[in-house]
Design a protein. Structure first.
Lengths: 372, 292
């Protein structure tokens, strides 16, 4: 996943890479600004194209910085609320683009250097002129960069970035703009994609993520609870308790296309419940904190015992009084008839369906009923 | 190798004595998979479901012989188990574990490539030749012999698709779950030739999702292949939040990388049909291939 710029820069600093002088400001705080203007106020959200989305503002006075911060903490950028801003002095030097990116098809690393910064690599295009594919090793990355430039400041920078990239098991390290001076380079931005599956052996990265649950709620949940739950729309009307990442994504897409507003993505992994309703109670609790009009349960049980799941769900619903929306349960597979009987006896109010299209129709009907 | 798999193909299961290993050795045997040996450092000398267990792959291959191995080991053990398998001469490994670190996957990929072997996974339910055998745990209710070659990133979305195809009397010739990780073994484009050369396969169902460039790379390969076999595709994750991995480690959009729009556009330009809903895909497959 993508970490925000200020965390990326913390990692860069840790390996001796220079970044502009700046200060991180949380919502409600007023920064103590040192040095002369101007400053740049940058929203810390994990997306590309923040500048075009209004997340990067140049300010010529301390008053302007404070006014900009106030505004920034009220907006959301590409679905991410702004919880943190970085206030920096602009750096000087020639604007350049440098990135190291894993190349999954070749099991290698792609090194890209473009001598004008502020560009999208997709727009500029990769060529023999600006990009090299190499082995995922430090010497190979440095050698690839040497084929692209002879500037010592850049080579020194690349040497450190390559070390960070490999040691921290990064998937992408993109510095754009990189300010190149005669003797040194300064990373104006930092877009780092980290590997959450390596979090256990990368405590420095795990700490950055755990220190900012407001910025990385989904990753913190994953590290803490071992399954996936992503809130896609806090104002969503349809809560999802589902298993499987792909099917959960597809459900969100299909419901959105039908005019529905899903609250969340969820891959609960029923195979790991092992007779304990705790995980279900957690998810129902998160959904219950929001104002949903219907809960859709979708379990395709290749292996999962649906009868056991039905028992657990009944317990979990009972222990989550905050969630009182009607429930549609689409269940198919292993021991579905027993599961039906359990729902009929314990929770006859739950609409149980075997066909997904029928279940989606039920959800639509409930939403229409709630609207009228 | 994948095109030749059948109920006669001998298979080794690494991690056979673990909780999941025992369950799935039994289920795979019931389905028809010819499991000849298990591998487990601690369980060596015992048997699982009548299958002898060896300390490592080299011992298993030496005693029984096999070129295919299924790795039912934890994510952090995948690299070492894959090294063991490849060193023993295994030519196809399938790793089901979810959560393999990317750097480990890079190493596995390079070892497998250097040995001229093939790797399916990680983060996959496995693969199957319906009616013949399966490696992993694709659910039987979704498996049915038929004319469609399936390749999928997501387990559950492909279960759903396979199940609905099976319900309408259609089935699969070969089904390969390539898995949801960014760095993996076989990717969608690597499977195209297998599916084009396979005479049982009359059409291809691609179950993709956002993130990475596999769908785009498949589209490029399809364009070059100039095949008559139709391609039906789903791409999940249109509504994904940028910067956040949606369950699968590989399902990550940042900037213009890995977006739904890019995948749909490239697949369609190559002649594939991309469907907005599972239902639309099923109906079209039914019309084209004689479902009931």
């Amino acid at each position: 996943m993508l970490i925000v710029e200020s965390d990326g820069k913390a990692l860069l600093r840790s390996c001796g890479i220079a970044v502009p002088e700046g200060t991180v400001v949380a919502a409600g705080e007023t920064p103590t600004l040192s040095g002369a203007d101007p400053w740049i106020v940058k929203a810390q959200v994990p997306v590309s194209g923040r500048g075009r989305a209004g997340g990067v503002i140049r300010c010529d006075s301390a008053a302007a910085v404070n006014a900009t911060l106030k505004r920034m903490f009220d907006i959301s950028i590409k679905g991410h609320l702004v919880h943190r801003c970085l206030v920096e002095h602009p750096a000087t030097g020639t604007e350049t683009y440098l990135s190291l990116m894993l190349d999954p098809a070749n099991y290698g690393v792609r090194v890209t250097l473009i001598r004008e910064g502020g560009v999208n690599v997709e727009e500029s295009g990769l060529s023999e002129h600006n990009s090299r594919l190499c082995e995922p090793e430090h010497t190979a990355i440095v050698a690839a960069l040497r084929e692209l430039t002879a500037e010592l400041a850049l080579l020194d920078f690349g040497d450190k970035l390559a070390r960070l990239f490999l040691d921290r098991e990064l998937i992408l390290a993109e510095i754009n703009p990189l300010f190149v001076g005669a003797n040194s380079c300064v990373a104006g931005d930092a877009k780092l994609v980290v590997d959450l599956n390596a979090a256990e052996r990368q405590p420095e990265i795990a700490r950055l993520i755990e220190a900012a649950p407001e910025i990385y709620p989904d990753a913190v949940r994953k590290l803490r609870d071992g399954f996936d739950y992503v809130e896609v729309d806090p104002k969503g009307e349809i809560g999802l308790l589902t298993t499987g990442a792909g099917l959960s994504m597809m459900l969100i897409d299909e419901m959105t296309a039908r005019g529905g507003k899903p609250l969340n993505f969820c891959d609960i992994r029923t195979g790991l419940l092992r007779g304990d309703p705790t995980r279900l109670i957690k998810v129902l609790g998160w959904i219950g904190e929001r104002d949903v009009k219907v809960l859709l349960v979708n379990i395709f049980a290749g292996i999962t015992d649906l009868a056991e799941f039905a028992e657990l769900l009944c317990v979990a619903l009972e222990r989550t009084p905050s969630l009182n929306a009607p429930v549609v349960a689409r269940i198919v597979g292993n021991r579905v008839d027993e599961a039906r009987a359990i729902f009929a006896a314990k929770r006859p109010d739950i609409a149980v369906e075997e066909q997904l299209t029928v279940a989606l129709g039920r959800v639509d009907a409930i939403l229409r009923g709630a609207a009228s | 190798m994948i095109g030749q798999l059948s109920r006669r193909t001998p298979v080794i299961v690494q991690g056979a004595t673990g909780r999941a290993g025992i369950v799935h050795v039994r289920r795979m045997k019931e389905y028809g998979t010819n499991i000849v040996a298990g591998v487990s450092a601690r369980g060596a000398g015992t048997t699982v479901e009548g299958v002898p267990v060896f300390a490592d792959c080299r011992a298993a291959v030496g005693a029984i012989g096999a070129q295919v191995s299924l790795l039912m080991v934890t994510p952090n053990a995948v690299l070492a188990s894959a090294e063991d398998a490849i060193a023993a001469g295994i030519k196809l490994i399938v790793t089901v574990a979810e959560g393999v670190p990317v750097q480990d996957a890079m190493r596995v990929g390079r070892i497998v490539r250097a040995a001229g072997a093939q790797w399916v996974g990680a983060s996959t339910p496995g693969l199957a030749v319906p009616g013949e055998m399966k490696l992993g745990f694709l659910p039987n209710v979704s498996l049915r012999p038929g004319p469609l070659g399936m390749m999928s990133k997501s387990g559950t979305l492909s279960y759903e698709t396979g199940y609905r195809l099976a319900t309408m009397g259609l089935g699969q010739s070969i089904w390969v779950g390539v898995g949801g990780d960014l760095v993996k073994g076989l990717r969608f484009p690597d499977l195209l030739d297998t599916f084009l050369e396979d005479e049982r396969t009359k059409g291809i169902v691609l179950v993709g999702e956002i993130g990475g460039s596999e769908e785009e790379d498949f589209a490029d390969a399809l364009m070059k292949a100039k095949t008559q076999k139709p391609v039906y595709a789903l791409v999940a994750g249109r509504g994904a939040k940028e910067g956040v991995a949606m369950g699968h480690a590989g399902a990550l959009v940042y900037g213009n990388v890995g977006t739904f729009a890019s995948k749909k556009q490239r697949l369609e330009a190559a002649g594939a049909r991309v469907f907005a809903t599972i239902e639309d895909l099923i109906e079209t497959c039914g019309r084209d291939h004689g479902g009931r």
